[in-house]
Design a binder for this molecule. Structure first.
Ligand code: NAD
Length: 296
């Protein structure tokens, strides 16, 4: 079957996903509230659709890449949304880092209309989206995954089916809770070693050959921190959102997670000096601004 694919949300991630699928021969339409995002996607082979309702009616598979759970609920269940206009048999792949509750609520409402929904949040950043090499953690029904597997395979390098709907977002929230902590703990280790006279690049080589390594030491520090590029394409505001989702999830189960609580506090407090639009890797600057800050 040749799928007609729609993408709602053509930002740093959704724009790359839509372009990847168009480049692999899928018939891809895109919608975004931002005319600039629409125009950029058009340059990469995506058919821009000015009215969201037209796009929802036209496609067999609908990918969402929106900032937060509230946007997903509005697009799915709001006026002129997917629940009203989506055709029976439509499969929605939500790549937004959202909440398990929102995913389950939306999936249950859409199921009554014969529309399938899976939460499939992603890792790999804009580069992963633009090269089809993202990793996805997916919550949904096996049969729905099988139905859209050609699309999932075209947009990602690896997929883990975590469990039923909502499980993908639980896994993604756990992942980002760790990434948020690793950035800070690695900054503290690099700063300490630098003060002890060790070159940060050499230290990273040592860490990455040892058991202290993580995504922060293997990817974030070499790619975006030590060169002071701070251009990962993932914003401070979105990471603060994810850290908040982890705090909410732990609180909803009355869990006491002291380290996660401290990490969340540090990310929250950083808003005094680091605006939402800054790169998320800038969090390291609160540890050691002399070492990690840009000289302005
Ligand atoms: P972004 O801000 O670059 O893009 C979001 C896009 O959604 C924007 O273009 C915005 O105009 C559009 N939008 C907002 N509300 C809309 C609506 N109602 N209808 C249509 N379009 C709407 O964000 P992003 O970095 O692409 O992130 C998207 C999601 O992916 C977030 O949940 C984020 O947490 C997650 N994520 C991001 C990265 C990353 O590296 N950037 C990595 C993994 C996961």
């Amino acid at each position: 079957m040749t799928f007609k694919v729609g993408v709602i949300g053509l930002g740093n991630m959704g724009g790359g996903m839509a372009a990847t699928l168009a480049g692999k021969g899928f018939d891809v339409r895109g919608f975004d509230l931002s005319p600039a995002a629409l125009a950029q996607a058009q340059d990469k082979g995506v058919k821009p659709v000015a009215a969201r309702d037209e796009l929802i009616k036209a496609v067999d598979v609908l990918i969402l890449s929106l900032p937060k759970a509230e946007h997903v609920e509005a697009v799915c269940l709001g006026e002129q949304g997917i629940i009203e206009l989506g055709r029976e048999g439509l499969v929605v792949i939500d790549t937004t880092t959202s909440t398990p509750e929102a995913s389950r609520k939306v999936a249950a409402a859409l199921r009554d209309k014969g529309i399938a929904f899976m939460d499939a949040p992603v890792s790999g950043g804009p580069k992963g989206a633009a090269t089809g090499s993202m990793s996805m953690v997916i919550g949904g029904d096996e049969a729905d995954l099988a139905k859209v597997m050609p699309v999932l395979e075209a947009m990602s390098g690896s997929r883990v089916h975590i469990g039923s709907c909502g499980a993908g977002n639980v896994a993604k929230i756990a992942n980002n809770m760790l990434a948020a902590a690793h950035l800070i703990t690695t900054a503290e280790a690099v700063s300490m070693a630098a003060k002890a006279g060790v070159d940060p690049e050499k230290l990273l080589q040592g860490l990455n050959a040892g058991s202290g390594r993580s995504g922060a030491s293997q990817v974030m520090f070499p790619t975006w921190v030590l060169n002071k590029a701070y251009d990962s394409g993932f914003s401070m505001g979105l990471m603060r959102k994810d850290v908040g989702l982890a705090s909410d999830l732990a609180a909803s189960m009355d869990l006491d997670l002291p380290l996660a609580r401290t990490v969340a506090q540090l990310w929250q407090d950083s808003s005094a000096t680091l605006p939402d639009g800054a790169d998320f890797c800038c969090i390291v600057q609160r540890t050691d601004n002399a070492l990690f800050g840009r000289e302005e």
